[in-house]
Write a protein that binds this ligand. Structure first.
Ligand SMILES: [Fe+2]
Length: 197
């Protein structure tokens, strides 16, 4: 039987390689893990021990599938038009993440895989509410989605000068009110600011 520490070490290495390929992405999985830890410690959104463990793993490994996207695409600049051909490629990364994590068998539960599958949903338009209801799993999808976007905005990117500060990042996220649950965004704001704590 393979021990969990070994699996984590291997997947951490994959994450490291993934982040080195994208300008400004180094350390983002640790920042996302840190934020998910704060969400668990400071809210009652996720109450079961299994749900908490799932959230931490999903936040950490959500973007590991970028390993399957070319560096040229990853570093080609901002994509604001959903019809941009680069978006067709980048939007595959949750599916690739799922495939990479499923290779570890039971180490990543079906719930972790489900959260990662839905970490780029559109709150209003793509039915992110699995089975049409709020539950621990759907809240986790939305929390990881918000964390993913927030960490990206607080990072240096090739297409903008420097990283956004907290207020700029929140303004940007709130402008995308069809992508994220607005009340959850506002609720999480005092927690998101703790990213570097
Ligand atoms: Fe992502």
């Amino acid at each position: 039987m393979i021990d969990c520490t070994y699996i984590l070490t291997v997947y951490d290495k994959f994450l490291d390689l993934t982040e080195k390929r994208e300008t400004g992405a180094r350390g983002n999985s640790k920042k996302a893990l840190n934020l998910a830890t704060h969400v668990i410690a400071n809210t009652r959104l996720i109450q079961t021990e299994k749900g908490k463990a799932n959230l931490l793993k999903a936040a950490t490994f959500r973007d590991i599938g970028k390993l399957g996207i070319s560096e040229e695409i990853l570093n080609s600049g901002e994509i604001s038009d959903p019809n941009d051909s680069r978006w067709e490629k980048i939007k595959n990364h949750p599916r690739i993440s799922m495939e990479i994590l499923q290779a570890a068998g039971r180490f990543f539960s079906p719930e972790v895989i489900e959260i990662i599958k839905h970490h780029h949903p559109w709150y209003e338009s793509e039915g992110f509410l699995l089975n049409g209801e709020w539950n621990e799993l759907t809240v986790s999808c939305q929390v990881v989605s918000i964390i993913d976007a927030y960490v990206g905005l607080r990072s240096k990117r090739v297409w903008r000068k420097g990283a956004y500060d907290h207020n700029q990042a929140m303004k940007e996220l709130l402008n995308h009110n069809r992508r994220f649950c607005p009340s959850l965004l506002i609720y999480l704001s005092p927690i998101l600011i703790k990213m570097d704590d």
